[in-house]
Design a protein around this ligand. Structure first.
Ligand code: NAD
Length: 403
């Protein structure tokens, strides 16, 4: 534990020391003077894992104990989705700056409570929509900003979640009470990116979906006290042969969503958790062309079609995607850097809490729609005072500063 003489300038706690806690490892490198000084996890295994990751730091079994102990300036919240709201509210009230993992909340009411608390207390709030910092998204946004496809009119996203069985159906992710829906847990990234590329937020949403494969697997039991990499294997194929699913499996494994944005853009999002391949494919169509990504990490490319012709695979222009070839470590580091710059310097962010709320609204209401006869759902507006509080620091509807 750091002594008083070596007290870090920014004392950070990590709340929830599972797989995602690793995003906090970069903190001292990104901000000299900042350090992880405490970890919180209700499980003894989680606490010892936290100390293995971050060294001899203080450990607490609940975030309320952490808050009561004091001495923390900022917290990285990487606990399960259903815990986000209560933890964020207590941290914000205590004046502890919050990095909250996506989804911000599993209900729209929860997201609005977090926004209201941040606006009222003035405590910095940041939500980890790291996909905005992935090169594929930065470049798609830059192509749009350069006017290469004209004015964006429609965005279609297909999400092939090839590792879905291992990632989302063997622990808490499979339980609606913990995640709401995989349209929040998983789709919140892509719904956010749709909003980012289209410079609008969903106003009306319709969903359809079903639990088509994993619901029929009776080999249950889950993986208590284990983390996903411990049970992950590409050999778990075909998906019908998966074993050790979470005792409760009631989230959909196929979902389809249609959205009307507040600027008139029409969007669609499809998600399937039992494809053999794992990637996301965006098509953005504007008044002067369309773009599409082939691959979504380093080694892939974004193609732009801007002349009339029949089928033509190569596009009229192609832009290689830079960055890591697997996963999103580079985007994670850019996201953590943005959080630290925001907390320490008050810098504006490309990822805004208002955008995080918009992703929760679209995902939560899409899930409600698909579970209630695909009825259209309208997104209620954010109160004016909350909107005004966050709008001053939101660069998401302005030209990108990423390139
Ligand atoms: N942005 C991204 O790319 C990305 C990627 C992975 C996960 N996530 C998000 O990170 C969060 C954590 O996901 P994960 O995969 O690390 O889950 P995980 O199951 O691997 O780890 C969760 C940890 O939180 C602990 N925990 C449970 N309840 C807690 C509480 N009340 N307070 C503190 N800790 C608690 C658990 O014991 C566990 O150690 C989720 O919200 C998820 O959506 C984001």
């Amino acid at each position: 534990m750091p002594t008083e003489q070596h007290r870090p300038d920014l004392r950070v706690a990590v709340i929830g020391t599972g797989v995602r806690a690793q995003i906090a490892l970069a903190i001292p490198r990104l901000r000299p003077g900042a350090a992880v000084t405490a970890v919180v996890d209700p499980s003894p295994t989680g606490l010892s894992r936290g100390r293995e990751m971050f060294g001899d730091v203080a450990g607490f079994s609940s975030h309320t104990d952490l808050v009561a102990a004091g001495g923390i300036d900022a917290a990285v919240v990487t606990s399960p989705d259903d815990t986000h709201v209560d933890i964020a509210l207590d941290l914000l009230e205590a004046g502890i700056a919050v990095y909250l993992e996506k989804p911000m909340a599993i209900t729209l009411e929860g997201a609005d409570a977090v926004l209201a608390a941040a606006a009222r207390t003035g405590t910095p709030l940041y939500v980890g929509h790291n996909l905005r910092h992935a090169d594929v998204v930065r470049q798609m946004r830059a192509i749009i900003e350069r006017g290469e496809i004209g004015e964006v009119k429609t965005v279609w996203v297909r999400h092939f979640v090839g590792n879905g069985g291992d990632y989302y159906f063997k622990d808490w992710h499979a339980d609606r009470r913990r995640t709401g829906s995989l349209l929040l847990q998983k789709a919140s990234h892509d719904i956010d990116v749709i909003h980012y590329l289209a410079s609008g937020h969903t106003r009306r949403v319709v969903g359809m979906g079903d639990l088509m494969v994993y619901g029929g697997i009776t080999d249950r039991g889950g993986h208590q006290d284990e983390l996903m990499p411990e049970w992950f294997s590409l050999d778990h194929w075909p998906p019908t042969t998966q074993t050790g699913l979470n005792p409760v499996v009631d989230v959909e494994d196929v979902s389809m969503v249609l959205m009307t944005l507040d600027n008139g853009v029409l969007a669609s999002y499809e998600q399937c958790h039992f494809t053999p391949d794992y990637w996301r494919n965006y098509t953005v169509i504007g008044t002067h062309g369309r773009l599409e990504n082939i691959g979504d990490t380093g080694g892939g490319e974004i193609r732009v079609w801007s002349r009339r012709h029949g089928w033509q695979e190569a596009g009229d222009a192609a832009y290689p995607i830079a960055g890591v070839e697997d996963g999103h470590e580079d985007a994670d580091i850019a996201t953590m850097a943005e959080f630290l710059d925001h907390v320490v310097d008050g810098a504006p962010t490309v990822v805004s809490p208002l955008a995080a709320r918009a992703a929760v609204a679209a995902g939560a209401l899409a899930a409600h729609s698909l579970r209630n006869g695909s009825t259209p759902q309208d997104v209620p507006p954010v109160p004016d005072d909350v909107q005004a509080h966050f709008a001053r620091l939101d660069t998401s509807k302005e030209p990108s500063r990423a390139d």
